[in-house]
Ligand binder design. Structure first.
Ligand code: SF4
Ligand code: SF4
Length: 254
């Protein structure tokens, strides 16, 4: 979570320009990797647990803590910082990020923040993205001269793939009209399972009799057995169904 006092209140678009460079020789190198709250998305977890060779259950227990957020109080996960005085990230080293290629989306965005608001277009509500700078005093990157637009920064940092894969999940978390009866503890536990705990969600799909009750085509089934991304995307559909947002699954006739 961005330090709110460091948020520059100017709303930016993909074309907004800025100058910035982050590199190993800079005096503040890795200063941004401590005392920070980093929200994790489902795809962050898929990429990080694979990188670390852990099951989702092991990763979640060791590296995350949960907060309930928003009106619907969905469980949202954050990276668990070390308990040292600086609250350092467990992956920071003097050489930089030890999981750099699989770092979370929020680390990729930094020093840009991203938000979404609802907008009425042609009698429909659509999600509109906006961006903002996070200018922390210790971050010297803004004194450098490399020129970027928000769009070219996103491309350079590999953010697009993360945003694309997390899009449906974000839509769920931002959804404002979830029926109250859809939000009991059991359903929120299913949300956690289907969005974050891929290995246990796989067991649920293939070992609980779920496939006796819902239509899932053979190709998807086979992919989901081994492919966490396919399973995660199916998980989002499952969550929309159980939270009564959309008829994303088809029940088999009894
Ligand atoms: S995951 Fe990597 S980039 Fe992100 S805070 Fe930790 S060390 Fe820094
Ligand atoms: S504080 Fe800014 S410039 Fe320094 S390492 Fe972090 S992102 Fe890079």
């Amino acid at each position: 979570m961005a330090n709110m006092s460091a948020v520059d209140m100017v709303q930016l678009t993909l074309d907004s320009k800025f100058r910035f460079k982050c590199h190993k020789g800079i005096s503040c190198f890795t200063r941004c990797c401590s005392n920070i709250d980093i929200m994790l998305t489902p795809y962050d977890i898929v990429a990080m647990k694979k990188r670390l060779g852990l099951t989702s259950e092991e990763f979640l227990a060791k590296y995350t803590h949960t907060q309930a957020e928003g009106r619907a109080a969905f469980p949202i996960l954050y990276l668990k910082m070390n308990s040292d005085e600086k609250r350092s990230c467990p992956f920071v080293t003097p050489e930089g990020c030890s999981i750099y290629d699989d770092r979370p989306a929020n680390c990729r965005y930094y020093p840009i923040g991203q938000g979404t608001y609802k907008k009425a277009v042609d009698n429909k509500t659509v999600d509109e993205e906006f961006f903002f700078f996070v200018k922390e005093e210790h971050c010297k990157g803004f004194e450098e001269t490399d020129a970027w637009s928000i769009a070219s920064w996103r491309e350079d940092q590999g953010v697009d793939r993360y945003d694309e894969l997390n899009k449906e999940w974000k839509g769920i978390v931002l959804f404002r009209n979830v029926p109250a009866e859809a939000l009991d503890g059991k359903k929120l536990a299913m949300f956690y399972l289907a969005c974050y705990d891929m290995d246990r969600f796989r067991s649920f799909i293939f070992e609980s009799g779920f496939l006796n009750h819902f239509e899932v085509n053979e190709t998807s089934r086979e992919k989901m057995r081994t492919d966490d991304i396919e399973l995660m995307l199916f998980g989002f559909k499952f969550v929309k169904y159980i939270l009564m947002m959309e008829q994303t699954l088809k029940a088999k006739p009894k």
